[in-house]
Ligand binder design. Structure first.
Ligand SMILES: [Zn+2]
Length: 264
């Protein structure tokens, strides 16, 4: 069977084990069913930006040139929430869009994805964000009213812990045991006084199990532009990574928009 279309971030649902769905062209593939099977993914040299334009190269976050420099979806506050200004009525690129996106409940969370990390996400993105990062466990540290407040808390926490997922360790399943409730207790003191009222009393732990038959021992990241594709046995999926038997791993999200042919 052959499926074609531009790659998009896999959709997920959190059950006993995460379920992954990849939309490709008119089809939706239930990826868990492909684990244990040999598949082939081939890049066909075309990229569709989220605006619909077809291009041959993209900027950071897979935006075409126009979008990267003009669209609010590519604005500074996307990667750096602390730069959010919509709550002050100050426009970056499109105040209406920014108000909708920034002035809504956000979470500052602690997660264990092959190490302790802090992150920010919209409340509505929970637990999707944690799954996309390959976390095995997460806890809410604070629930804020807007993106700026969450960003400021994260900036303070970054002095004490990472805000990045060590993806090489994550895709090899090199997990460590972390007591997130204990880490949260510790982290509260680093939340700036003015934002302390946002600290959440919810100590519930979200646990996440990924469909992985076996973890690769070595991991090398596939770059579709450079390597053109991959043909190998899919042994698991974690975060937005497809894990292959040989140790090749493909970050689906970072290749969003690339047109591929997928043969099963
Ligand atoms: Zn575009």
């Amino acid at each position: 069977m052959r499926f074609t279309g531009p790659l998009a971030k896999m959709k997920t649902s959190l059950k006993d084990e995460v379920k992954y769905y990849l939309e490709l062209g008119d089809d939706i593939l239930f990826m868990n069913d492909l684990i244990g099977k040999r598949i082939r993914i081939e890049y066909t040299d075309e990229i569709t930006c989220f605006c619909g334009k077809r291009v041959h190269e993209v900027f950071r976050m897979n935006f075409c040139r126009d979008c990267f420099f003009t669209k609010p979806e590519a604005g500074d506050s996307i990667l750096r929430p602390e730069l959010s200004k919509a709550h002050l009525g100050v426009e970056d690129r499109d105040l209406e869009w920014e108000k909708k996106h920034q002035i809504q409940p956000h979470l500052v969370y602690l997660a264990n994805s092959a190490g302790l990390k802090v992150g920010v996400t919209r409340l509505a993105q929970r637990p999707t964000r944690w799954i996309d990062q390959g976390a095995i466990e997460a806890i809410v540290l604070a629930e804020t009213e807007n993106r700026y407040e969450a960003g400021m808390i994260e900036v303070a926490l970054k002095e004490h812990m990472s805000d990045k997922t060590p993806w090489q360790r994550m895709v090899k399943g090199e997990d460590v045991e972390i007591d997130l409730r204990e880490e949260k207790e510790k982290a509260i003191q680093w939340v700036p006084e003015e934002f302390r009222s946002f600290v959440s009393s919810n100590d519930e732990l979200t646990q996440i199990v990924y469909p992985v038959q076996e973890y690769p021992i070595k991991a090398k990241s596939i770059n579709l532009e450079k390597h053109r594709g991959v043909e190998d046995v899919l042994v698991g999926i974690r975060g937005q990574y497809l894990l292959f038997k040989s140790g090749s791993v493909l970050n689906v999200r970072s290749h969003e928009g690339r047109h591929v042919r997928l043969d099963v």
